[in-house]
Design a protein. Structure first.
Length: 201
């Protein structure tokens, strides 16, 4: 800037730098909110398999990733002769994978599902899920938090994605799940299609 005294040049440069730095800071910390009102076009989606390996009470202590935290209530075992586990809470720390196979020894799962389901119907099996999908890998860090009724009489069930943290900051959406495999009373696998309709990127 010809004609300006050296000190004003410095001040001008300082202002330009400050504006630049503020701009960069804004880009690093601010997020854009994407909202979709089209059920078929979530702002993010992923499919994960949930593996629940139940403690059998005998010999699978090391392998089990879930266990009943309460006993069935007297109501569910005496009044309902067929035993619907009414009132039983199951706590889990289950591996989640991108494919159907369980992680082999030493392999890190994509994420872990940590939380509980509670049997909450007297006449038949039905449960309520409350859990977080915890991501801690180079691909993703953060949580997706899910809750809702697992209406077991339906072929597919929808849980709410009520929020998220980290890479999934403040997200919301729907998780459609269905039973994908079962082995007696010790193992079942759910396919979970997670569709996010509110994303902060
Ligand atoms: C564990 O116990 C179950 C029955 O509760 C039995 O079927 C299975 O063979 C046992 N497995 C081992 C490795 O002992
Ligand atoms: C369970 O038993 C109750 C009666 O004790 C009956 O009303 C109900 O239909 C039974 N449910 C199933 C799934 O068989
Ligand atoms: C995430 O992974 C890192 C590195 O493996 C580990 O140090 C840390 O404890 C993990 N955090 C959680 C919450 O599991
Ligand atoms: C752990 O449980 C799963 C599901 O039942 C089974 O497929 C697998 O063989 C078990 N692994 C061991 C080491 O017992």
């Amino acid at each position: 800037m010809p004609g300006l005294p050296p000190s004003s040049k410095l001040i001008t440069m300082a202002i330009v730098l400050t504006v630049l730095l503020l701009g960069l800071g804004g880009a690093a910390h601010g997020r854009r909110r994407l909202v979709s009102d089209d059920e078929d076009e979530p702002c993010k989606k992923m499919t994960l398999y949930y593996h629940d390996i139940l403690y059998n009470g005998v010999n699978n202590t090391a392998n089990a990733t879930s266990a009943a935290s309460t006993k069935p209530t007297a109501l569910s075992t005496t009044h309902w002769k067929n035993g619907t586990y009414f009132g039983t809470l199951v706590t889990f720390d289950d591996p989640m994978t991108a494919g159907k196979a369980l992680p082999v020894a030493g392999e890190e799962p994509v994420a872990r599902a940590q939380g509980f389901y509670l049997y909450d119907k007297q006449e038949s099996y039905n449960s309520w899920f409350g859990f977080s999908i915890v991501f801690n890998s180079t691909a993703h860090k953060g949580t997706i938090n899910l809750l809702g009724a697992n209406l077991m009489d339906e072929k597919t069930r929808d849980l709410s994605v009520g929020g998220g943290t980290g890479d999934f900051f403040m997200t919301r959406g729907i998780c459609t799940l269905k039973l994908d495999a079962a082995e007696g009373a010790v193992y079942f696998r759910l396919k979970m299609d997670i569709k996010l309709y509110e994303c902060y990127v």
